[in-house]
Ligand binder design. Structure first.
Ligand code: TNX
Length: 525
């Protein structure tokens, strides 16, 4: 007697799905493929191996899965056109596709390799295998395409360092959910994670001899791995604040500037060393990744006067342009007034009342109180950032910390005492916890409504910050199950409902386990 598990639901939800009973598409623990897109087929072979224990083999005739990349784009016209900003090095490729599943044959149709790749990420989710090696999928037709061109995750590899292998695993997870950009937060006050040739003191080995940065070669390998998954890497060099690490390595960056507090450091536009440093590292980051965007950071310029901040952002924006790249900046960079329609502003600060300076002062020594006030000031003026940018025609990337910061603690209890311990420990304590359901309870259109009419929403980006993380298991805990929910916000239109999303997601934990994310959060339901 054959036993067969129900396949997982499709996440993100597709634009149109007319499927019914399971049909058998392959047997003997094997699926054969033919057609175009050999690189996508290689990915598929890897994915069905890891996720389902199947072999996928290319054949010339009689394949179980037939991949065509020659559909006319007009065929997909019923799927609403994509909006947003394209983060890819070579824009213009069509991600739309159709899967037609019938007994013994799956036809994948797309207008190019990228659409074929996205179709294969769907197929890998909806197949199941019986205990005789029969391969099954829901029969019928799925027609799909993205809502936003920019669908990404920002990964902080500074506060906690993730090895190249660990970052690759994150990329593999992202590919399964149709993300197309990985923003790597590579520099901060706690470290510098991309080898610097111009300023080698940034990536000195640690006292115990371990190395916690990516060599240029390792970084190029990550970029290539991401590219195979149709994911573009967007490197961030965070300037002018969040740079204590650089000042510890090179105190001369201060350039004789008098800072408002002995603990406070930022790159000042009047410091010749600071300008040289910024120019050099921008050139290094621009060289390291082929994508059209370079993220300049610009967040939380605590204590820095407006004129100095604006002058610094103006200079560095121009240098990025000279490198042939477009700028992404955290929302504060709007204050400099130099971002244009080619750039992208990343909206992240939620309601400013979440930052309560008086509460924070109670928990820090008095000598830091002036710093707390300076931080409060940058949050107080933050509601003007996005309107200033949209008036100048700058597209906005939605990363509101209320829903999209995955380092926000979970509010749902869990039955497992070890996970309950993780829950108490993981996520920034300053953020009020949120249930998984509430983190899903929004739509990008609502955010867009709060923006000026005519604003271009670039897309949706989740962010995960590493202050509380101690290892990969902690990352798995905070990313899952929320990351696929973000994918659905970015990919699927119109809005989907939580109960339906949760039902489709129910079958996904085995996929996460197979990709090495065993410590995903398991709320009591
Ligand atoms: C603010 S978000 C930061 C990060 C922190 C994060 C914690 C942003 C642009 N800056 O440096 O890690 O909050 O959630």
């Amino acid at each position: 007697m054959r036993t067969r598990t129900e396949p997982a639901g499709l996440v993100p939800a597709p634009a149109e799905q007319h499927t019914g009973a399971l049909v058998r598409i392959g047997s003997g623990g094997r699926l054969t493929l033919s057609g175009a897109a050999p690189e996508a087929a290689d990915w598929f072979a890897w994915a069905v191996g890891v996720l389902h224990g199947l072999r996928a083999e290319p054949v010339l005739e009689g394949a179980d899965v037939l991949v065509s990349t020659e559909a006319e784009p007009a065929e997909f016209a019923p799927v609403a056109p994509v909006t947003g900003v394209d983060p890819r090095p070579e824009p213009g490729a069509d991600e739309r596709h159709r899967l037609t599943v019938s007994e013994g044959l799956v036809r994948l149709s797309s207008a190019g390799v990228e659409g074929a790749f996205r179709a294969l990420t769907s197929l890998v989710q909806i197949i199941s295998v019986d205990d005789e090696g029969g391969v099954w999928a829901p029969g019928g037709v799925i027609t799909d395409g993205p809502r936003y061109a920019w669908r990404s995750l920002s990964l902080d590899v500074v506060r906690h360092y993730f090895t190249p292998d660990e970052v690759r695993r994150v990329i593999d997870l992202m590919a399964l959910y149709k993300f197309n950009a990985l923003h790597l937060h590579l520099t901060d006050s706690e470290g510098w994670r991309l080898e610097s040739r111009a300023w080698p003191g940034l990536t000195r080995p640690r006292a115990d001899g371990t190395r916690e940065y990516y060599t240029r070669e390792e970084f190029a390998d990550l970029v290539a791995h991401a590219a195979r998954c149709h994911i573009t890497v967007i490197p961030e060099v965070d300037l002018p604040g969040h740079t204590r690490w650089a000042f510890d390595a090179y105190p001369e960056l201060a350039g004789g500037i008098e800072y408002p507090h002995p603990r406070l450091r930022y790159l000042h536009p009047d410091s010749e060393a600071a300008r040289r440093f910024a120019g050099d590292v921008i050139a290094e980051f621009a060289e390291a990744a082929p994508g059209p965007f370079l993220h300049l950071g610009g967040d939380e310029p605590f204590g820095m006067g407006h004129e100095d901040y604006a002058a610094f952002v103006r200079l560095t924006h121009q240098w990025v342009r000279e490198q042939g790249k477009r700028v992404v900046g955290w929302q504060e960079t709007a204050r400099a007034g130099v971002l244009g329609g080619e750039d992208v502003l990343q909206y992240w600060i939620g309601a400013p009342d979440e930052f309560d300076p008086e509460a924070i002062k109670k928990s820090v020594p008095e000598e830091y109180h002036p710093l707390v006030d300076q931080a409060a000031e940058t949050f107080r003026i933050s509601p003007a950032d996005v309107p200033a940018a949209t008036e100048a025609g700058v597209p906005v990337l939605i990363s509101s910390n209320s829903r999209l910061y995955l380092d926000r603690p979970y509010a749902d209890a869990c039955a497992d005492p070890v996970q309950e311990g993780d829950r108490g420990r993981l996520g920034l304590p300053a953020y009020p916890p949120i249930t998984v359901e509430d983190s899903f309870g929004w739509d990008p259109a609502e955010t867009a409504e709060g923006l000026a009419p005519g604003t271009v929403v670039a897309g949706v980006e989740a962010a995960i910050w590493g202050e509380t993380l101690t290892g990969f298991g902690d990352l798995a805990f905070l990313l899952l199950p929320r990351l696929p929910g973000v994918a659905e916000k970015a990919w699927t239109h119109p809005r989907t409902e939580w109960k339906d999303h949760r039902a489709r997601l129910n079958g996904h934990p085995p996929l996460w386990n197979a990709l090495g994310f065993e410590n995903h959060f398991r709320p009591e339901s």
